[in-house]
Design a protein around this ligand. Structure first.
Ligand SMILES: Nc1ncnc2c1ncn2[C@@H]1O[C@H](COP(=O)(O)OP(=O)(O)O)[C@@H](O)[C@H]1O
Ligand SMILES: [Mg+2]
Length: 321
């Protein structure tokens, strides 16, 4: 049984006041997410990610198509207890403290007082706001509210969690903490389906991704297998590199471009045809030291720009008037 399945899931919004016309927010999305998977749902702003999550949560209804969670149609009451959801812009009653809010949600799930206290305390620590548990939410930053939202989403030990842009509003440290939390959820056997417009959020986290642009699925699979994101070369940063050694490596065709970063400190671009370890040992033999080695691949942003440029289209359906 899959954790999530959608079949030609489609959503049209009606836009325009005087001449309402359908706008295709999601166009026949077919997707399968397996249990125990961390699945990245990627796409630029306006791609249809939030629309998809809302359809899965039954906050809105599809124009056509179907969706299932844990083998049951979305909206099945028994399934609702087994899932968690972080909305794109979680909004909470400002005058509650983080602790009171989570305690309230825990009571909705029917946990008894002692269990609620235990659960809420451990969740607040897990999302890194244990110290602020008695602070009213109106004093929380966007990043802290995001953490409250995440705590709320995993309060009931859900089997499948839906996170809409869980890293948004977080600084690099916060992003890393959320990444680690997602991996912990996976290690406990959970399925995590999260949306993001940032490729790097997915790179270190996901078994598979789906890429959505303008309401359509444009690619899906393992990120490393998606053609567009295959490594196109290497960037090698070294220090202690003498000009003589650099010149020799360049003449041998091992280096496509050298950007000086400081004295004897360079960022070197290696063509994909050259093995980086060979070049590295050649350079270190001449006294250079490795600072970093990074694969160069297309970014999600570049990919989107190319997708959209390749297939410009109107998202309306035609009015028929
Ligand atoms: N209630 C609505 N009415 C009309 N258009 C909408 C509505 N909600 C979203 N849209 C449009 O549908 C498209 C997809 O939106 P959304 O699913 O929020 O994208 P994403 O989450 O990927 O940024 C956007 O162009 C958005 O403007
Ligand atoms: Mg969104």
């Amino acid at each position: 049984m899959d954790a999530i399945r959608t079949e030609a899931l489609t959503k049209h919004y009606r836009v325009g006041f005087w001449r309402p016309r359908p706008y295709v927010a999601l166009d026949a999305l077919t997707l399968e997410v397996r249990q125990g998977e961390v699945f990245g749902f990627l796409g630029p702003n306006g791609a249809g990610k939030t629309t998809t999550l809302k359809l899965l949560m039954q906050l809105i209804y599809p124009t056509s198509g179907r969706a299932e969670i844990l083998g049951r149609p979305v909206g099945d009451v028994a399934v609702r207890r087994r899932i968690g959801y972080l909305p794109e812009n979680p909004y909470f009653y400002d005058y509650l403290t983080a602790e009171e809010l989570l305690d309230y949600f825990a009571s909705l799930f029917g946990y008894a007082a002692a269990e609620r206290r235990r659960r809420v305390a451990s969740l607040l620590d897990e999302v890194g706001i244990g110290a602020e548990r008695r602070l009213q939410l109106r004093k929380f930053s966007k990043g802290m509210l995001q953490r409250v939202g995440i705590a709320q989403a995993i309060l009931n030990d859900p089997e499948v969690v839906f996170f809409d842009e869980p890293m948004s509003g977080l600084d690099p440290l916060g992003r890393r903490e959320v990444r680690q939390l997602i991996l912990r959820l996976r290690d406990r056997g959970g399925t995590v389906f999260f949306s993001s417009h940032v490729l790097s959020d997915a790179e270190t986290l996901c078994s598979r991704v789906a890429i959505l642009a303008e309401g359509r699925l444009v690619a899906s699979g393992h990120l490393s297998n998606l053609l567009a994101f295959q490594v196109r070369g290497w960037e090698l940063v070294v220090t202690g590199l003498t000009e003589a050694a650099l010149e020799r490596a360049t003449t041998l065709g091992h280096i496509a471009r050298a950007t000086p970063l400081g004295a004897q400190h360079y960022a070197l671009e290696l063509p994909i045809t050259v093995a980086p370890d060979g070049v590295l040992s050649e350079l270190t033999a001449c006294g250079a030291r490795l600072v970093s080695l990074t694969p160069v691949r297309e970014t999600l942003e570049d990919y989107f720009v190319r997708q959209v440029a390749d297939a410009p289209r109107e998202r309306g359906l035609g009015t028929g008037t």
